[in-house]
Design a protein around this ligand. Sequence first.
Ligand SMILES: NCCC(=O)NCCc1ccc(O)c(O)c1
Length: 753
Amino acid sequence: MGCSARYCLLALSLCLVTVHAFGVRIMPKRKKEAGTIDDQSTSASWWQAGTATPFHDSGNEFSSTHGLVQTHPSSISDGYSFGSSGASANPFVSTSGSGPLSGSFRSNPLPPLTKSSNGKTTLKHLDFTSSATAELRRNPALSAPDECARACREGEPPRICYYHFTLEMYTVLGAACQVCTPNATNVVWSHCQCVLADGVERGILTANRMLPGPSIQVCENDKVVIDVENHMEGMEVTIHWHGIWQRGSQYYDGVPFVTQCPIQQGNTFRYQWQGNAGTHFWHAHTGLQKLDGLYGSIVVRQPPSKDPNSHLYDYDLTTHVMLLSDWLHEDAAERYPGRLAVNTGQDPESVLINGKGQFRDPNTGFMTNTPLEVFTITPGRRYRFRMINAFASVCPAQLTIEGHNLTVIATDGEPVQPVQVNTIISFSGERYDFVIEASNRPAAYWIQVRGLGECGIKRAQQLGILRYARGPYQPSTPAPTYDIGIPQGVVMNPLDARCNIPRTDAICVSQLKNAQHIDPAILQERPDVKIFLPFRFFVYRPEMLFQPNTYNRYLVAPQGDHVISLIDEISYMAPPAPLISQYDDINPEQFCNGDNRPANCGQNCMCTHKVDIPLNAVVEMVLVDEVQIVNLSHPFHLHGYSYNVIGIGRSPDQNVKKINLKHALDLDRRGLLERHLKQGDLPPAKDTIAVPNNGYVVLRFRATNPGFWLLHCHFLFHIVIGMNVVLQVGTQADLPPVPPNFPTCGDHLPPIN
Ligand SMILES: NCCC(=O)NCCc1ccc(O)c(O)c1
């Protein structure tokens, strides 16, 4: 079969790649499969006809796909043993280092995972041998990523965990895919730079040529150091560590012009922080870069004795992170400010699970046959999974796993009393940790992630596989489709947000109970500070927006409205220099808030929205949805804190069709805002919460972390049109000093000579 080079390079499952002295020769591995398209040589994508099939190598349980070791060969050899059941070996034992890091250790009876050149076990998709070797060699105090991803033990000394992210413009299905895809002898190339995504070629942005970028997995009290080296042509960047409170490291929160100057092209910026426990993630906070691929997971583990839910699971594996993202087949910038005729709106084409998936072209019906993500479990064991919603679009994500209940044990890094559900709906920026018991028939089961809301139009979804070790690779049931999915059963976080009625079909976030002690001051009747923040869009009339000599920003929403975002009638504009490090360089007139609106600031009032909060105050915030678009609930993320979710609701007044600030204030006056403050109420702690459309949420926190903290809708396109506000907690005097040689920036407007 004279297969064209291009096709074979892409169609990994059909071809063997044999390396000869003269180069790479490509040969058919087996006869063409029924339904396989064998001439897509002109296509930029990796297609097959028919339904989704999990990609796997020829039956070797320890094989990887395209050089990435995706799953643990066996949870026995690769588990963190947190329970009494089952001794486990930690796979991340440094051959040169201090020996076994977990309590129990037994030799691995199975073939080893990929070995890197230094002989360490590596997991490429976690970048556990990082590109940081130079710094690591220079400084023996630093631990490598694979040394830090370990079981955490009380009394064990903390480490300094070092990461190096090289940010670049890169490509899905680029030429790297020619040199390190799996081959006949299953040689695994541990640093394969091939990014497959959903099998559709496009330009992307990457950290270390990976999608998602490197995973940061450490123990509580470890110090995390990340050198971010920006080589994206003509782009500046900051990285935000979503969920990390940055107490004492306020300068490293990664918000452009709030906590730092953006990192210029060619520059390296060193972030340093200590992580609060939980499932978090990192992502670019500049422009639209996050949607083009700049994100990755963060897991800060604890000794089991410190996790109130540790008795519920046996394993907390490094590979059981489930990062969900939405995916376009073009640069995100193509959708901003937005188009009117084709590719309108901002809805994604596709969804990825840990950067993997397949895509069915709605026009041709052809499906790419790139690998699906596979999570391996062993019968009888209980596993902690850590789900991260890294979506950028407005679509909620619905996760369902065939044949398995999900026991939710934490959200946004904070433990909750366990609740059992069958499906989890999450919004951009949220995390849900759940336990799966491998108690079903040993087989392979579908994982379905559906994009809801606006994503229903394109029916964007993705599949993954939950596989029992030594069982079959392929689920025996037909692949769930968008319309005929896995039965949803009990829903975590129902879209209808009907939260103040007893119901058996759903559990709201406000019905979760915190699994930890709550500061009694949080539950006192009157908070020290109460802030009502209504938010909405302002819709421009074209005559106003395109007034000659004016250049106001805008987003073309899905229905063609030209909008900006308002919080308390203000659209956030970043100042020209960072608040935290160059406060005095900023013209005070730049600042504003609801009580201090600039003179003549019209309906599209744009300024640096800043609300001042005294240090240590008990703060209550009421976020009120004045957008009032059915099916659109905005997830608000607060930097620097977790808040307690005191209440979620809608107007109890049947005559009120639409909630607004005035009505919310009235409800509050009449004591009708839902607040769970009774003795024994245990409002859960979160850092990202969806405000139900036409509803409100009541949040509280004690402002013990001084700094400049962004509070914003986590939808990416709403951030860039101003749905943000900065909370300044305390004063400059409460903050640690600016790190030495902290980069500066600002306007350059010298006198004209
Ligand atoms: N009567 C208000 C009309 C309005 O606000 N139109 C905007 C709708 C919108 C904006 C941004 C989005 O991302 C989105 O999905 C929808």
